[in-house]
Design a protein around this ligand. Structure first.
Ligand code: IMP
Ligand code: MG
Length: 192
């Protein structure tokens, strides 16, 4: 797996600094609120696990699975809920936790859908932001952003390429030959 990596963008230590910084800010901003962290599966699972441990105020957690980003590196544009929340979020202060804000369509669509459940508030948090990729239709902006990245496809720390590389403890880019040799370029409906 390590042989497929061309360059490391964020080391384990840098990712810890990011989660600690955001966790401290969230703890301050949501003090006294009914905070529910909602992890957008599967990509945010590692970020969520580290972020929740960096939050020092009481909070609950829940999970939502949206699809489909597919097997390639381009968003298909349509977002569905594959697995919905377990709990009732009426009156709660929601923090939607995402791995990467790319076109922005996933978070925009999820926050619209979650607002129908009548939470007190919805705030967005993303580990990475790719501003150059934003879709024109997207009007929302995450309040908490770990770091901005260029328009390059990154993997590791939860982020996948064809469902692989999520278990790398750092974030980096793949060697171009990994994409070129992939036989599964065309998307199948998959969890993001
Ligand atoms: P959006 O709806 O275009 O913002 O896409 C968001 C989803 O696309 C993220 O949750 C990721 O799962 C996936 N994605 C976007 N860019 C990357 C990337 O560079 N690496 C891995 N996954 C990505
Ligand atoms: Mg993905």
């Amino acid at each position: 797996m390590l042989n497929d990596i061309q360059e490391v963008f964020f080391t384990k230590e840098q990712l810890k600094e990011i989660t600690d910084r955001i966790g401290a800010q969230i703890s301050e901003d949501f003090a006294g609120k009914k905070l529910v962290l909602i992890s957008v599966l599967k990509g945010s699972v590692i970020f969520m696990a580290d972020l929740m441990r960096a939050i020092t105020i009481p909070c609950e957690i829940d999970f939502i699975t949206a699809g489909s980003y597919g097997a390639g590196t381009e968003s298909k544009g349509k977002v569905d809920i594959i697995h919905d929340l377990c709990g009732d979020i009426t009156g709660c202060d929601i923090l939607l936790v995402e791995d990467i804000f790319d076109s922005g369509r996933t978070l925009q669509c999820l926050s619209n859908l979650l607002s129908e459940k009548k939470p007190a508030s919805i705030t967005l948090c993303t580990l990475l932001d790719k501003p150059d990729r934003r879709d024109k239709s997207v009007t929302i902006k995450p309040k908490y952003i770990g770091a901005q990245v260029e328009d390059q496809f990154v993997v590791g720390y939860g982020l996948d390429y064809n469902q692989k590389y999520r278990n790398l403890p750092f974030i980096g880019i793949l060697k171009p030959e990994v994409y070129n040799s992939s036989a599964e370029k065309e998307a199948v409906s998959e969890s993001i």
